[in-house]
Design a protein around this ligand. Structure first.
Ligand code: GLC
Length: 453
């Protein structure tokens, strides 16, 4: 199943729950800079008003609303006081369960399929502990029956599978704020907020078994580690007996062997040996944040570039979509999904089912970055975001003389190598965000070389 998962390249991650009711978070990006391990400030301007508050409490993630709101100094606490007075977070359940009345999972499935996504990861229980399925496990929880009576997991699973998407289920094994260990006040010590009682370990184990027995997910996507008393290896063995070839991510616990890693808001500088999956929201939050604008949101060109970049380095892209409490996909996010779909419709051959070549990037003489992928031994693809029609020179790439080149969506083009450069004439750009060029020929993957330019 791992090879199938790697072939699928683009997944959608859905965060939907009680936090989708207030649907608000500050636009402070310190946490993203920490997570992505990139230079400070890459994701935006850090708000100096919050300098004395730990970045975890000013998280731009709306699904952390309950945690952020619990500290009276935070912007989320101020927002909550202004809009909801002293209402308890758990009372959003009434709003959520009323708001979902008209929800039809088939509209999601059609939007994700239209975006070109080939798998879905659905949040079944986030850190607030609310479950999107009518669980029969509940007696040991401080909040028994804290779940939707509608089986939203089943509805979504059925709708996306009907369109051929693979199903992954996210479950927050580490945090469950029903068990009282919150607010999480420190990014560094966040693991210290995992409940360590045997009751909680048994609860997580029972939930996982219930999810697997009911929905047979192809991927178990755990978050924030596992409670100390959980037998992760035993659980995973049991899961693989139920779902042969089932995959697990790298967030159970250090001693479990993951099928893939999951950098969050972080990319890979080069081709990674192990399969990996970059996850991020279309904006700076996974759950819907009504305060976000286009400035925090990927545009279509950025999303296409990101996909090509990740895929050229042996990764999948898991793009987070945060629907409103009624299940609607907000405009800014829907726009990106449609744009990705338009581009993949024409250029999907350069992405799906490919593997990295021995180099991920080349540069055109005009200074544009191109991303390389390959299919088998006979096809090499070059994706160049922002390329215009006209002559193109690719520095440092030497393709064999008998190479046949074609622009996806346009047709064959002449190609030749001269003085260490590959020269092409692009007459038309089929989809504006990026041009994908196929180089084909027997064993071209091995006969093509990259020299330093
Ligand atoms: C996290 C966050 C979270 C999000 C997730 C997705 O660690 O706590 O809100 O669900 O990972 O990768």
């Amino acid at each position: 199943m791992l090879e199938d998962f790697r072939d699928r390249k683009l997944g959608i991650m859905i965060h939907w729950g009680l936090y989708s009711v207030p649907a608000w978070a500050p636009r402070d990006t310190r946490l993203l800079d920490l997570l992505g391990e990139v230079e400070q400030g890459t994701y935006g301007v850090n708000d100096p008003r919050y300098a004395d508050i730990d970045p975890i409490l000013t998280s731009p993630y709306s699904e952390w609303y309950q945690n952020s709101q619990a500290d009276p100094r935070t912007p989320t606490a101020a927002y909550h006081r202004e809009h909801y007075g002293d209402r308890e977070y758990a009372s959003f359940r009434t709003d959520f369960e009323a708001d979902i009345a008209g929800f039809d999972a088939r509209t999601w499935a059609s939007a994700f399929d239209g975006a070109g996504a080939r798998y879905l990861v659905l949040i079944t229980k986030h850190h607030d502990g609310y479950q999107l399925w009518p669980s029969a496990v509940g007696d040991t929880s401080p909040l028994p029956g804290f779940n939707s009576s509608r089986d939203l997991v089943a509805e979504v699973a059925e709708a996306v599978r009907a369109r051929g998407l693979m199903l992954g289920l996210y479950y927050s094994g580490g945090f469950d704020w029903c068990f009282g260990e919150f607010p999480v006040t420190s990014y560094e010590n966040s693991q210290g907020f995992i409940p360590d009682t045997p009751e909680y370990a048994a609860y997580v184990d029972a939930h996982y078994r219930e999810l697997v027995e009911r929905y047979h997910p192809e991927v178990l996507w755990n978050d924030i580690g596992s409670p100390p008393g959980l037998d992760v290896a035993g659980l995973v063995d049991w899961y693989r007996a139920q779902v042969p070839g089932g995959l697990i991510n790298d967030r159970f616990r250090q001693d479990s062997v993951p099928d893939f890693t999951t950098p969050e808001y972080g990319k890979s500088a080069d081709i990674a040996e192990q399969p990996w999956e970059m996850c991020r929201g279309v904006g700076h939050s996974f759950g819907y944040n009504r305060a976000e604008t286009q400035a925090e949101t990927l545009n279509v060109a950025e999303a296409v570039r990101l996909l090509a970049d990740v895929v050229s380095k042996n990764g999948n892209l898991l793009l987070g979509v945060g629907p409103t409490s009624t299940g609607e996909i907000p405009q800014l996010q829907a726009e990106v999904l449609r744009g990705l779909g338009r581009w993949l419709q024409v250029n999907g051959d350069a992405i799906f089912g490919t593997r990295p070549w021995h180099a991920a990037e080349v540069t055109t003489v005009g200074g544009q970055t191109g991303y390389l992928t390959r299919r088998g031994d006979d096809e090499l693809y070059l994706i160049v975001p922002g390329l215009q029609a006209g002559p193109v020179e690719i520095a440092g790439l030497i393709v064999p003389d008998d190479t046949q080149a074609a622009v996806l969506g346009a047709g064959p083009v002449a190609v030749r190598t001269e003085a260490g450069r590959t020269l092409l004439q692009i007459d038309a750009v089929p989809v504006e965000e990026a041009v994908a060029i196929r180089f084909a020929g027997a064993d071209i993957v091995h006969r093509t070389s990259r020299i330093s330019s």
